[in-house]
Design a protein around this ligand. Structure first.
Ligand SMILES: Nc1ncnc2c1ncn2[C@@H]1O[C@H](COP(=O)(O)OP(=O)(O)OP(=O)(O)O)[C@@H](O)[C@H]1O
Ligand SMILES: O=P(O)(O)OC[C@@]1(O)O[C@H](CO)[C@@H](O)[C@@H]1O
Length: 308
Protein backbone atom coordinates (compact mmCIF):
# COMPACT_ATOMS: atom_id res chain seq x y z
CA UNK A 1 0.00 0.00 0.00
CA UNK A 2 1.21 3.54 -0.73
CA UNK A 3 0.97 5.99 2.17
CA UNK A 4 1.49 9.73 1.74
CA UNK A 5 2.57 12.01 4.56
CA UNK A 6 1.71 15.72 4.62
CA UNK A 7 2.97 17.30 7.84
CA UNK A 8 1.43 20.64 6.92
CA UNK A 9 -1.64 20.24 4.65
CA UNK A 10 -3.42 23.27 3.23
CA UNK A 11 -6.56 24.48 1.59
CA UNK A 12 -5.16 25.94 -1.62
CA UNK A 13 -7.11 29.06 -2.50
CA UNK A 14 -6.40 29.79 -6.16
CA UNK A 15 -7.39 33.23 -7.41
CA UNK A 16 -7.04 34.67 -10.87
CA UNK A 17 -6.76 38.41 -11.42
CA UNK A 18 -6.33 40.43 -14.59
CA UNK A 19 -3.48 42.26 -12.90
CA UNK A 20 -2.37 42.60 -9.27
CA UNK A 21 -2.56 46.19 -8.06
CA UNK A 22 -0.70 46.40 -4.75
CA UNK A 23 -2.24 48.75 -2.21
CA UNK A 24 -5.60 48.81 -4.08
CA UNK A 25 -8.84 46.81 -4.10
CA UNK A 26 -8.49 43.89 -6.51
CA UNK A 27 -11.53 41.92 -7.72
CA UNK A 28 -11.00 38.31 -8.78
CA UNK A 29 -11.84 36.92 -12.20
CA UNK A 30 -12.01 33.32 -11.02
CA UNK A 31 -11.42 31.46 -7.79
CA UNK A 32 -11.19 27.83 -6.71
CA UNK A 33 -10.37 25.88 -3.53
CA UNK A 34 -8.51 22.58 -3.45
CA UNK A 35 -7.34 20.23 -0.71
CA UNK A 36 -3.58 20.72 -0.83
CA UNK A 37 -0.18 19.97 0.58
CA UNK A 38 2.30 17.89 -1.35
CA UNK A 39 1.49 14.43 0.04
CA UNK A 40 -2.25 15.04 -0.36
CA UNK A 41 -1.67 16.05 -3.99
CA UNK A 42 0.22 12.80 -4.56
CA UNK A 43 -2.73 10.84 -3.10
CA UNK A 44 -5.24 12.74 -5.26
CA UNK A 45 -3.29 12.08 -8.47
CA UNK A 46 -2.70 8.40 -7.58
CA UNK A 47 -6.44 8.00 -7.08
CA UNK A 48 -7.13 9.48 -10.52
CA UNK A 49 -4.70 6.92 -11.93
CA UNK A 50 -6.56 4.08 -10.24
CA UNK A 51 -3.95 3.51 -7.51
CA UNK A 52 -5.22 3.64 -3.95
CA UNK A 53 -3.23 5.23 -1.16
CA UNK A 54 -3.77 6.42 2.39
CA UNK A 55 -3.09 10.05 3.36
CA UNK A 56 -1.38 10.66 6.72
CA UNK A 57 -0.39 13.88 8.47
CA UNK A 58 -1.72 16.51 10.86
CA UNK A 59 -5.05 18.16 10.25
CA UNK A 60 -7.36 20.43 12.27
CA UNK A 61 -10.20 22.93 12.46
CA UNK A 62 -12.74 23.92 9.79
CA UNK A 63 -10.14 23.83 7.05
CA UNK A 64 -9.07 20.36 8.11
CA UNK A 65 -12.69 19.22 8.01
CA UNK A 66 -13.02 20.65 4.50
CA UNK A 67 -9.96 18.71 3.32
CA UNK A 68 -11.18 15.46 4.86
CA UNK A 69 -14.60 15.89 3.24
CA UNK A 70 -13.11 16.60 -0.18
CA UNK A 71 -10.82 13.56 0.10
CA UNK A 72 -13.78 11.43 1.16
CA UNK A 73 -15.73 12.61 -1.90
CA UNK A 74 -12.77 11.55 -4.03
CA UNK A 75 -12.74 8.16 -2.24
CA UNK A 76 -9.23 8.67 -0.86
CA UNK A 77 -8.70 7.06 2.49
CA UNK A 78 -7.01 9.08 5.22
CA UNK A 79 -5.78 8.51 8.73
CA UNK A 80 -4.80 11.98 9.95
CA UNK A 81 -3.77 12.96 13.47
CA UNK A 82 -6.25 15.66 14.52
CA UNK A 83 -4.62 18.75 16.02
CA UNK A 84 -6.19 21.68 17.89
CA UNK A 85 -5.65 24.62 15.51
CA UNK A 86 -6.87 25.25 11.95
CA UNK A 87 -5.07 23.72 8.99
CA UNK A 88 -3.52 26.55 6.94
CA UNK A 89 -4.89 28.31 3.86
CA UNK A 90 -2.30 28.86 1.10
CA UNK A 91 -3.01 31.56 -1.44
CA UNK A 92 -2.04 30.91 -5.06
CA UNK A 93 -2.34 34.12 -6.99
CA UNK A 94 -2.39 34.11 -10.76
CA UNK A 95 -2.00 37.50 -12.37
CA UNK A 96 0.17 36.93 -15.41
CA UNK A 97 2.76 35.26 -13.21
CA UNK A 98 2.12 32.87 -10.31
CA UNK A 99 2.65 34.15 -6.76
CA UNK A 100 2.26 31.81 -3.78
CA UNK A 101 1.69 32.77 -0.15
CA UNK A 102 2.03 29.73 2.09
CA UNK A 103 0.89 30.07 5.71
CA UNK A 104 2.66 28.51 8.68
CA UNK A 105 0.06 26.04 9.97
CA UNK A 106 -1.33 25.06 13.40
CA UNK A 107 0.61 24.06 16.51
CA UNK A 108 1.51 20.37 16.86
CA UNK A 109 1.97 18.90 20.35
CA UNK A 110 4.41 16.21 21.44
CA UNK A 111 1.47 13.82 21.81
CA UNK A 112 0.36 14.59 18.22
CA UNK A 113 3.82 13.75 16.95
CA UNK A 114 3.94 10.52 18.98
CA UNK A 115 0.56 9.53 17.49
CA UNK A 116 1.96 10.06 13.98
CA UNK A 117 5.07 8.03 14.78
CA UNK A 118 2.84 5.18 15.90
CA UNK A 119 1.00 5.19 12.56
CA UNK A 120 4.25 5.18 10.61
CA UNK A 121 5.61 2.44 12.86
CA UNK A 122 2.72 0.22 11.72
CA UNK A 123 3.86 0.24 8.06
CA UNK A 124 5.62 -2.86 6.77
CA UNK A 125 8.11 -3.97 4.14
CA UNK A 126 5.27 -4.18 1.60
CA UNK A 127 4.42 -0.47 1.99
CA UNK A 128 5.81 2.73 0.48
CA UNK A 129 5.73 6.05 2.34
CA UNK A 130 5.85 9.33 0.39
CA UNK A 131 7.17 12.14 2.61
CA UNK A 132 6.44 15.41 0.84
CA UNK A 133 6.44 19.10 1.65
CA UNK A 134 7.80 21.39 4.30
CA UNK A 135 8.24 20.64 7.98
CA UNK A 136 6.08 23.10 9.98
CA UNK A 137 8.12 25.59 11.98
CA UNK A 138 6.76 24.13 15.24
CA UNK A 139 8.55 20.82 14.58
CA UNK A 140 12.32 20.31 14.62
CA UNK A 141 14.27 20.12 11.35
CA UNK A 142 15.20 16.53 12.21
CA UNK A 143 11.54 15.44 11.96
CA UNK A 144 11.83 13.68 8.60
CA UNK A 145 15.04 11.99 9.68
CA UNK A 146 13.29 10.62 12.75
CA UNK A 147 10.43 9.28 10.62
CA UNK A 148 12.59 7.67 7.92
CA UNK A 149 14.58 5.87 10.63
CA UNK A 150 11.30 4.12 11.53
CA UNK A 151 10.82 3.21 7.85
CA UNK A 152 14.33 1.76 7.64
CA UNK A 153 13.73 -0.33 10.79
CA UNK A 154 10.55 -1.80 9.27
CA UNK A 155 11.88 -2.20 5.72
CA UNK A 156 9.36 0.36 4.39
CA UNK A 157 10.47 1.95 1.09
CA UNK A 158 10.26 5.74 1.16
CA UNK A 159 10.07 8.60 -1.32
CA UNK A 160 11.31 12.06 -0.32
CA UNK A 161 10.10 15.27 -1.96
CA UNK A 162 11.27 18.17 0.14
CA UNK A 163 13.59 21.16 -0.02
CA UNK A 164 17.36 20.68 -0.13
CA UNK A 165 18.23 21.15 3.53
CA UNK A 166 15.68 18.50 4.58
CA UNK A 167 16.47 16.21 1.67
CA UNK A 168 20.16 16.12 2.54
CA UNK A 169 19.37 14.68 5.95
CA UNK A 170 17.39 11.70 4.60
CA UNK A 171 19.76 10.69 1.76
CA UNK A 172 21.88 8.36 3.93
CA UNK A 173 18.70 6.32 4.63
CA UNK A 174 18.48 5.44 0.92
CA UNK A 175 15.21 6.88 -0.44
CA UNK A 176 13.67 4.92 -3.34
CA UNK A 177 12.93 8.19 -5.16
CA UNK A 178 13.65 11.87 -4.68
CA UNK A 179 12.34 14.72 -6.86
CA UNK A 180 14.05 18.05 -6.31
CA UNK A 181 13.28 20.83 -8.78
CA UNK A 182 16.26 22.53 -10.41
CA UNK A 183 16.18 25.46 -7.95
CA UNK A 184 16.27 23.13 -4.93
CA UNK A 185 19.07 21.12 -6.54
CA UNK A 186 21.03 24.31 -7.25
CA UNK A 187 20.68 25.43 -3.62
CA UNK A 188 21.97 22.06 -2.45
CA UNK A 189 25.13 22.34 -4.55
CA UNK A 190 25.50 26.14 -4.29
CA UNK A 191 25.21 26.57 -8.03
CA UNK A 192 22.68 27.40 -10.73
CA UNK A 193 21.25 24.49 -12.72
CA UNK A 194 20.65 25.83 -16.20
CA UNK A 195 20.68 22.73 -18.39
CA UNK A 196 20.23 18.95 -18.50
CA UNK A 197 23.98 18.28 -18.24
CA UNK A 198 24.27 20.15 -14.93
CA UNK A 199 21.10 18.49 -13.61
CA UNK A 200 22.41 15.02 -14.51
CA UNK A 201 25.82 15.74 -12.94
CA UNK A 202 24.22 16.86 -9.64
CA UNK A 203 21.66 14.03 -9.83
CA UNK A 204 24.54 11.53 -10.01
CA UNK A 205 26.04 13.00 -6.87
CA UNK A 206 22.71 12.45 -5.08
CA UNK A 207 22.70 8.83 -6.23
CA UNK A 208 26.22 8.46 -4.80
CA UNK A 209 24.95 9.94 -1.55
CA UNK A 210 22.16 7.36 -1.21
CA UNK A 211 19.17 8.02 -3.51
CA UNK A 212 18.11 5.07 -5.67
CA UNK A 213 16.23 7.10 -8.31
CA UNK A 214 16.43 10.87 -8.83
CA UNK A 215 14.09 13.01 -10.93
CA UNK A 216 15.09 16.64 -11.35
CA UNK A 217 12.11 18.66 -12.55
CA UNK A 218 12.92 21.78 -14.53
CA UNK A 219 9.49 23.36 -15.13
CA UNK A 220 9.01 24.26 -18.82
CA UNK A 221 12.47 22.88 -19.70
CA UNK A 222 11.36 19.33 -18.79
CA UNK A 223 13.14 16.91 -16.47
CA UNK A 224 16.02 14.46 -16.06
CA UNK A 225 16.12 11.04 -14.43
CA UNK A 226 19.25 9.54 -12.87
CA UNK A 227 19.88 6.17 -11.21
CA UNK A 228 23.02 4.05 -10.77
CA UNK A 229 22.35 2.39 -14.16
CA UNK A 230 20.78 5.14 -16.29
CA UNK A 231 20.42 8.81 -17.10
CA UNK A 232 17.47 10.05 -19.19
CA UNK A 233 16.19 13.44 -20.20
CA UNK A 234 12.80 14.64 -21.42
CA UNK A 235 11.69 17.86 -23.02
CA UNK A 236 8.08 18.95 -22.56
CA UNK A 237 5.53 20.19 -25.10
CA UNK A 238 4.46 23.83 -25.06
CA UNK A 239 0.97 24.54 -23.82
CA UNK A 240 -1.17 27.01 -21.92
CA UNK A 241 -0.16 26.85 -18.25
CA UNK A 242 -3.33 27.13 -16.17
CA UNK A 243 -1.73 26.44 -12.77
CA UNK A 244 1.56 24.71 -12.08
CA UNK A 245 0.62 24.14 -8.41
CA UNK A 246 1.19 20.44 -7.73
CA UNK A 247 3.00 19.75 -11.03
CA UNK A 248 5.95 18.32 -9.11
CA UNK A 249 3.67 16.22 -6.87
CA UNK A 250 1.94 14.86 -9.98
CA UNK A 251 5.35 13.72 -11.24
CA UNK A 252 5.91 11.74 -8.05
CA UNK A 253 2.45 10.15 -8.33
CA UNK A 254 2.89 9.40 -12.05
CA UNK A 255 6.24 7.71 -11.45
CA UNK A 256 4.92 5.55 -8.60
CA UNK A 257 1.74 4.57 -10.46
CA UNK A 258 3.60 3.45 -13.61
CA UNK A 259 6.46 1.84 -11.70
CA UNK A 260 3.98 -0.19 -9.68
CA UNK A 261 2.39 -1.39 -12.93
CA UNK A 262 5.54 -2.07 -14.99
CA UNK A 263 8.64 -2.04 -12.73
CA UNK A 264 10.29 -0.08 -15.58
CA UNK A 265 11.96 3.19 -14.56
CA UNK A 266 12.05 4.60 -18.11
CA UNK A 267 8.31 4.13 -18.65
CA UNK A 268 7.67 5.43 -15.13
CA UNK A 269 9.75 8.55 -15.88
CA UNK A 270 7.86 9.17 -19.13
CA UNK A 271 4.52 8.89 -17.33
CA UNK A 272 5.85 11.12 -14.56
CA UNK A 273 6.82 13.90 -17.00
CA UNK A 274 3.46 13.65 -18.78
CA UNK A 275 1.71 13.91 -15.40
CA UNK A 276 3.62 17.08 -14.49
CA UNK A 277 2.70 18.68 -17.83
CA UNK A 278 -0.92 17.59 -17.56
CA UNK A 279 -1.20 19.31 -14.18
CA UNK A 280 0.54 22.47 -15.42
CA UNK A 281 -2.01 22.61 -18.26
CA UNK A 282 -4.99 22.19 -15.85
CA UNK A 283 -6.47 24.40 -13.12
CA UNK A 284 -6.72 21.46 -10.69
CA UNK A 285 -4.40 18.43 -10.68
CA UNK A 286 -4.17 16.23 -13.79
CA UNK A 287 -6.62 13.54 -14.81
CA UNK A 288 -5.53 10.19 -16.22
CA UNK A 289 -7.11 11.12 -19.58
CA UNK A 290 -5.09 14.33 -19.81
CA UNK A 291 -1.87 12.48 -18.91
CA UNK A 292 -2.49 9.89 -21.61
CA UNK A 293 -3.27 12.58 -24.18
CA UNK A 294 0.15 14.18 -23.49
CA UNK A 295 2.11 10.92 -23.17
CA UNK A 296 2.80 10.41 -26.93
CA UNK A 297 4.43 13.88 -27.00
CA UNK A 298 6.98 12.99 -24.32
CA UNK A 299 10.17 11.63 -25.87
CA UNK A 300 12.69 10.18 -23.47
CA UNK A 301 16.31 10.31 -24.59
CA UNK A 302 19.24 8.53 -23.02
CA UNK A 303 21.42 11.30 -21.67
CA UNK A 304 24.34 11.66 -24.04
CA UNK A 305 22.86 8.95 -26.30
CA UNK A 306 19.96 7.89 -28.53
CA UNK A 307 16.26 8.10 -27.84
CA UNK A 308 14.55 4.91 -26.75
N1 LIG B 1 5.32 25.67 -18.16
C1 LIG B 1 5.31 24.34 -18.26
N2 LIG B 1 5.13 23.74 -19.45
C2 LIG B 1 5.13 22.40 -19.58
N3 LIG B 1 5.33 21.56 -18.52
C3 LIG B 1 5.51 22.09 -17.31
C4 LIG B 1 5.51 23.50 -17.10
N4 LIG B 1 5.72 23.73 -15.79
C5 LIG B 1 5.83 22.50 -15.21
N5 LIG B 1 5.72 21.52 -16.13
C6 LIG B 1 5.80 20.06 -15.92
O1 LIG B 1 5.72 19.80 -14.53
C7 LIG B 1 6.97 19.26 -14.05
C8 LIG B 1 7.24 19.80 -12.66
O2 LIG B 1 7.39 21.21 -12.71
P1 LIG B 1 8.33 22.00 -11.68
O3 LIG B 1 9.76 21.74 -12.01
O4 LIG B 1 7.87 23.41 -11.70
O5 LIG B 1 7.98 21.25 -10.30
P2 LIG B 1 7.91 21.81 -8.81
O6 LIG B 1 8.73 23.05 -8.68
O7 LIG B 1 8.20 20.67 -7.92
O8 LIG B 1 6.36 22.14 -8.78
P3 LIG B 1 5.34 22.31 -7.54
O9 LIG B 1 6.14 22.64 -6.31
O10 LIG B 1 4.44 23.42 -7.99
O11 LIG B 1 4.61 21.01 -7.43
C9 LIG B 1 8.01 19.60 -15.13
O12 LIG B 1 9.09 18.70 -15.15
C10 LIG B 1 7.13 19.48 -16.39
O13 LIG B 1 6.93 18.10 -16.71
O1 LIG C 1 4.63 24.82 2.20
P1 LIG C 1 5.02 23.54 1.49
O2 LIG C 1 4.69 22.34 2.29
O3 LIG C 1 6.42 23.56 0.99
O4 LIG C 1 4.16 23.47 0.14
C1 LIG C 1 2.77 23.44 0.18
C2 LIG C 1 2.20 23.64 -1.21
O5 LIG C 1 2.61 24.87 -1.80
O6 LIG C 1 2.68 22.59 -2.04
C3 LIG C 1 1.66 22.09 -2.88
C4 LIG C 1 2.11 22.11 -4.31
O7 LIG C 1 3.25 21.34 -4.50
C5 LIG C 1 0.44 22.93 -2.60
O8 LIG C 1 -0.73 22.13 -2.66
C6 LIG C 1 0.68 23.52 -1.24
O9 LIG C 1 0.02 24.75 -1.03
Amino acid sequence: MIYTLTLNPSVDYVIQLEELKLGELNRVLREAKFPGGKGINVSRVLQRMGVSSKALGFIGGFTGKYIEERLKQEKISCDFVHVKGDTRINVKLQAGTETEINASGPPISKADFEALKEKIGALTGRDVLVLAGSVPAVLPETTYEELVKICVQNGTKFVADMEGRLLEKVLPYRPFLIKPNHHELGELFHTEIADFAQAVACGKRLVQRGAENVIVSMADQGAVFVSRQSAFMAEVPKGEVKSSVGAGDSMVAGFLAKYEETGDVKEAFRYSVASGCATAFSLDLCTKEKVEEILPHIIIKNFGGDSG
